[in-house]
Design a protein around this ligand. Structure first.
Ligand SMILES: *[C@@H]1O[C@H](CO)[C@@H](O)[C@H](O)[C@H]1NC(C)=O
Ligand SMILES: *[C@@H]1O[C@H](CO)[C@@H](O)[C@H](O)[C@H]1NC(C)=O
Ligand SMILES: *[C@@H]1O[C@H](CO)[C@@H](O)[C@H](O)[C@H]1NC(C)=O
Ligand SMILES: *[C@@H]1O[C@H](CO)[C@@H](O)[C@H](O)[C@H]1NC(C)=O
Ligand SMILES: *[C@@H]1O[C@H](CO)[C@@H](O)[C@H](O)[C@H]1NC(C)=O
Ligand SMILES: *[C@@H]1O[C@H](CO)[C@@H](O)[C@H](O)[C@H]1NC(C)=O
Ligand SMILES: *[C@@H]1O[C@H](CO)[C@@H](O)[C@H](O)[C@H]1NC(C)=O
Ligand SMILES: *[C@@H]1O[C@H](CO)[C@@H](O)[C@H](O)[C@H]1NC(C)=O
Ligand SMILES: *[C@@H]1O[C@H](CO)[C@@H](O)[C@H](O)[C@H]1NC(C)=O
Ligand SMILES: *[C@@H]1O[C@H](CO)[C@@H](O)[C@H](O)[C@H]1NC(C)=O
Ligand SMILES: *[C@@H]1O[C@H](CO)[C@@H](O)[C@H](O)[C@H]1NC(C)=O
Length: 562
């Protein structure tokens, strides 16, 4: 009888424990009391809110951790700055509707701050399955727009799926990660990770006021410095930039994957962990910065970090180390040939890069690459440009002002960057022959004319020799074997544009260089000036469109052959 009674009481007690402990909400009449060990547990049992003491620290903190993971992993801390030195902590909703954390019954060590006026009676605090602790009116549905306050807006060192890293631009409110001081101390440490709200935003990691990593600007698919995502990713990332909001967020596509990003306390890094059920431990999925080349500004301005090189810091083509012998990389590189800082300067394409520090850059999403290059060449402080969006064939325009810093080579998914160079440097670089041709053609019309006549002659001769001749065979005496057919054709096309009858029809040098460097559409060349002259001579009339000469015919047919 006694035993039965005892069992009955125990059963009732267990039921009571079960019911009172499994709640995911408290209302204005309830509280969470450290002494009684009460916690909130999210509906599906993933997360738990309660009091804890980290590491060897005896102080008490209110926090959120995973309920079902044996390794106690705290993802959020309320009173980071004000620990409670005993177990008197009490979380409640005060009569103004604010969640407050009290110690010793009187002093408020933490409170949730929101502006909307509410009556406390209908307000509830709820721990969601996402790990988000929210305050809302009980009558209102569970939707973000109804939240009076949410812990996701006040991250500690951990970013959970669905959290936003960035800005509410309407209120100027920022969400960023701040490391703990140490495993024993959740108060804010030196390391932070945030989205920099500059005109061309980037994720930045700081130690104090020293920038040590940046993501590179968002390029429509990913951050410029991020590796290409493999197909079927477990994670989906998004970058939202509109008038109201600017943030980075991620989610898991499979709800059974438990994942978190943590800003480390001691290392210059943030770690993305996933829970491994088989080993019952956290596995590091990815660490950022990934390698030495991710160290901010390691190679100084106009230096490029190439992991496979020794030393890993190299100067970009056309630049020389500032420090003799390249011993002090941070000094960066200087130009071999000074810029003219007018439209005479050209641009060299450097493929496969993480784009430079975007702080002093500007984006215009509606300009194409050609317009971008023209605009850049017209501004003497513009040092480089690139597509702002790499989706598809690429679109939009980013221009960099001032020296370029923190460039690295990417093994995959790098981007093309067009760097301003002295015209004489263009002549000595990769596209040496075609660049030289263009410079000659654009600056000295007469010589250009002569060259085209020669070209025309060569083509003519070759055609006579071999009527089924392939374009490359026609060209090889002028341009050599290293040329690609499409480049050759493009080169001839641009050359013809450069020697059109009327100067206003001719492209200036920078646009000619651009035309050569890109794959964009080119306009049909009009009659070259010198042929027009000949024609005028022959017919004695100045009216009408001149008939096609054989040179022109051949050129056009070559262009169609593409
Ligand atoms: C907290 O819980 C303890 C033990 O259950 C109890 O003695 C104490 O009165 C409670 N404190 C408050 C403020 O409810
Ligand atoms: C605990 O903190 C309270 C104030 O928050 C202080 O009055 C008290 O002396 C502290 N107790 C200990 C043991 O440090
Ligand atoms: C409730 O807490 C908030 C935040 O700490 C505070 O501003 C407000 O005055 C408190 N209300 C009352 C009635 O104590
Ligand atoms: C706690 O506060 C209540 C009312 O706010 C008061 O009645 C009670 O005596 C206080 N207890 C202690 C231990 O200060
Ligand atoms: C509460 O919010 C207001 C305005 O948003 C801010 O000025 C104030 O410092 C905040 N208080 C706390 C304790 O965070
Ligand atoms: C994240 O993905 C899950 C499904 O995998 C979905 O239920 C949830 O709404 C998503 N969360 C966000 C914030 O997009
Ligand atoms: C910080 O990094 C070290 C070394 O990788 C690791 O042991 C530690 O767990 C990390 N800290 C956190 C909070 O993730
Ligand atoms: C730029 O080039 C023009 C034309 O060749 C020349 O007159 C001018 O002196 C040059 N300026 C600089 C700064 O090199
Ligand atoms: C961007 O540049 C401005 C002005 O030079 C500077 O004040 C700011 O700290 C820079 N921001 C970053 C993230 O480097
Ligand atoms: C972007 O470029 C287009 C085309 O050149 C121009 O009309 C527009 O004003 C530019 N927008 C900004 C914000 O500069
Ligand atoms: C060059 O562009 C910068 C940044 O947009 C602007 O501040 C500056 O006025 C421009 N300079 C010229 C000469 O247009």
């Amino acid at each position: 009888m006694d035993i039965l009674c005892f069992m009955f009481i125990s059963f009732k007690f267990l039921l009571f424990v079960e019911f009172s402990y499994a709640a995911d909400t408290i209302n204005s009449l309830q509280s969470l009391n450290d002494t009684s060990g009460a916690t909130l547990i999210s509906n599906d049992g993933t997360f738990e809110l309660g009091f804890f003491s980290p590491g060897n620290n005896q102080n008490r903190y209110l926090g959120i951790w995973y309920k079902n993971i044996p390794v106690k992993t705290v993802v959020w801390v309320a009173n980071r700055l004000n620990p409670i030195n005993d177990s008197s902590g009490l979380l409640m909703i005060n009569s103004s509707g604010n969640p407050v954390l009290m110690s010793q019954n009187t002093s408020v060590v933490w409170s949730a701050n929101f502006t909307k006026q509410v009556s406390s009676s209908g307000v509830i605090l709820q721990l969601l399955d996402t790990g988000n602790l929210i305050l809302r009116d009980e009558q209102d549905g569970n939707s973000e727009t109804n939240y009076l306050w949410q812990s996701f807006d006040y991250p500690s060192d951990t970013m959970l799926p669905g959290m936003k890293l960035g800005w509410d631009l309407r209120t100027g409110f920022e969400r960023r990660l701040t490391s703990w001081k140490s495993p024993d101390d959740p108060s804010p440490g030196d390391f932070t990770w945030e989205l920099e709200p500059q005109q061309n935003p980037e994720l930045i990691m700081w130690k104090g006021s020293t920038k040590f990593f940046r993501s590179g600007p968002w390029n429509g698919l990913r951050f410029s410095g991020a590796p290409e995502l493999r197909p079927n990713p477990v994670f989906v990332f998004s970058f939202v930039s509109n008038e109201d909001e600017l943030y980075y967020t991620y989610n898991v596509t499979d709800n059974s994957v438990i994942s978190r990003i943590v800003m480390n306390q001691t290392e210059y890094q943030r770690d993305r962990f996933t829970w491994s059920p088989s080993s019952q431990s956290w596995t590091v999925y990815a660490v950022v910065p990934r390698d030495r080349c991710d160290n901010y500004g390691l190679c100084g301005s106009y230096g490029v970090c190439i992991l496979s090189e020794s030393p890993i810091c190299q100067c970009m083509k056309g630049f020389t180390p500032k420090s003799p012998g390249n011993v002090d990389w941070s000094q960066g590189c200087v130009r071999n040939k000074p810029l003219n800082l007018s439209t005479i300067d050209g641009f060299i394409k450097f493929p496969g890069l993480k784009l430079p520090d975007a702080n002093h850059s500007r984006v215009n999403g509606s300009m194409n690459l050609k317009e971008c290059g023209l605009k850049c060449s017209q501004n003497s402080s513009c040092m480089a440009y690139a597509n702002s969006n790499v989706e598809g064939a690429g679109s939009g325009c980013t221009m960099w002002f001032g020296d370029l810093i923190d460039i690295r080579e990417m093994t995959a998914s790098g981007q093309d960057l067009y760097i301003r160079m002295s015209a004489s440097e263009l002549g000595s670089s990769d596209g040496k022959k075609k660049m030289t041709l263009v410079i000659v053609f654009t600056t000295i019309g007469v010589v250009a004319g002569v060259l085209v006549i020669i070209l025309g002659y060569v083509i003519h001769k070759r055609r006579q020799k071999k009527t089924t001749g392939k374009p490359l065979e026609l060209i090889d005496p002028v341009l050599g074997e290293s040329c690609h057919l499409s480049e050759v054709i493009r080169c001839i096309h641009v050359s013809l544009l450069c020697v059109q009858q009327y100067p206003e029809d001719r492209p200036n040098m920078s646009s000619a260089v651009l035309m050569l460097g890109s794959d964009g559409e080119l306009t049909e060349p009009k009659q070259p000036g010198f042929l027009m002259d000949r024609k005028l001579h022959e017919t004695g009339t100045s009216s009408g469109k001149p008939e096609s000469s054989s040179t022109n015919e051949i050129t056009i047919s070559l262009l169609e052959a593409r």
